[in-house]
Design a protein around this ligand. Structure first.
Ligand code: ADP
Length: 360
């Protein structure tokens, strides 16, 4: 049975997904619109604000930017913020939506000087589309094929200088030639507790949610897997719960007890892990005796997609040290095993030297 997750690889309807193409900031109510509203990722914000200011002063587009990191950390948001700060429009598309290079002709020729083209899931661009955009990125021109067979020829179209922002959850799958054409590349980090508290408090304000117990905000933040999207989603679920179960007297206000109850109902444990995380840990711990085991084998046992496990489930479990990634596969660590209440051979695996694969 597929587990319903609080985190998915893409936005769900009702989340504050990107707004209509060409509208800076998107239609979402919770999305930050400016650098000032964007919480955390300070190093990246500093790099970007310098790039934006320099570009504006020279009246040039900002450099092409590649953002990678787990879903929900604010890559799309940042593309819209960059557009707003540049005072330019943002056009969005995604890798899987583009099957031929010519699919991009309309979007590329529509771009005005300095506009931003945002390509989500850029690792899923077919190679033909990648090759089509190389000259667009480098020389702001495209070669469009006209006719075929005997009369085949290409027509060159000059584009207005623009910025390409690519986002990916699987940096390793972005080809080297494509990656090398980005002027700025940045890996987004999971958010710390303080930043997540700021995000939850800000969202509660925007959603006009009354927070009765001060400790409710830190609790939601601590359970959100370091991810703003999850923080916002948990807040919405708690808001619903408080409205329905909080009683008439409660008036929809959030208390610590209501947060605990709502999160328990969602299957979110004290580490912020959900049922899929725990099934993943239990599978390695019991079916594969703690590992090492390849991700494909775990995915097959769980009846889940290996790519989803790699980009959505594993990064956080690696970050908190519940699994270790070795050349021979994944291993449950002692902490991971303790969390799901089982034994682990992690000590042995880590002790046999030279096999630890870091956080590659
Ligand atoms: P990604 O593109 O990396 O999957 P998004 O940009 O769609 O993530 O972000 C998910 C949601 O989380 C956004 O809609 C926004 O409300 C919230 N969010 C992300 N980053 C931040 C941030 N730095 N500050 C405040 N809210 C954020």
């Amino acid at each position: 049975m597929a587990t319903e997750r609080i985190m998915t690889a893409s936005e769900l309807p009702g989340d504050d997904a990107a707004g209509p193409v060409g509208v800076p900031g998107g239609g979402g109510s919770l999305r930050p619109q400016t650098f000032g509203e964007y919480v955390g990722q300070r190093e990246l914000l500093e790099k970007l604000s310098i790039a934006v200011r320099a570009a504006r002063e020279r009246s040039e587009p900002m450099e092409h930017l590649l953002l990678h990191g787990p879903p929900g950390l604010g890559k799309t948001t940042l593309a819209h913020v960059a557009g707003a700060e540049m005072g330019r429009k943002v056009y969005t598309t995604s890798g899987p939506a583009l099957s031929r290079g010519t699919d991009l002709v309309g979007a590329l020729t529509r771009l005005e000087q300095g506009d931003i083209l945002f390509i989500d899931e850029i690792h899923r661009l077919p190679i033909s589309v990648e090759e089509f955009i190389y000259p667009a990125m480098e020389d702001f021109r495209i070669d469009v094929p006209v006719d075929s067979g005997l009369h085949a020829r290409t027509v060159q179209i000059t584009l207005k200088p623009f910025t390409l922002i690519g986002a990916t959850t699987r940096a390793g799958l972005v080809s080297a030639p494509l990656r090398s054409r980005f002027g700025i590349t940045h890996h987004l980090q999971y958010y710390g507790q303080a930043d997540l508290e700021t995000i939850v408090a800000r969202s509660a304000g925007l959603l006009a949610v009354e927070v009765k117990d001060k400790a409710a905000v830190p609790l939601i933040a601590a359970r959100s897997r370091g991810t703003p999207r999850i923080a916002n989603r948990l807040l919405r679920r708690v808001r619903d719960y408080a409205q329905v179960r909080g009683g008439k007297k409660g008036g929809g206000a959030i208390t610590l007890a209501l947060v605990e109850e709502a999160l328990a109902l969602e299957g979110i444990d004290p580490m912020g892990l959900d049922e899929l995380d725990r099934r993943y840990l239990r599978t390695i711990g019991t079916t594969y005796q703690g590992g090492p085991v390849g991700v494909e084998a775990v995915a097959a046992t769980l009846n889940e997609d290996a790519g989803t496990l790699e980009s959505v489930v594993e990064p956080y479990l690696l970050q908190i040290g519940f699994v270790a990634r070795m050349r021979r596969g994944r291993m449950l660590t002692a902490q991971g095993a303790a969390h799901v209440g089982g034994g682990s051979r992690a000590g042995e695996g880590l002790a046999d030297g030279g096999l630890f694969d870091g956080d590659k």
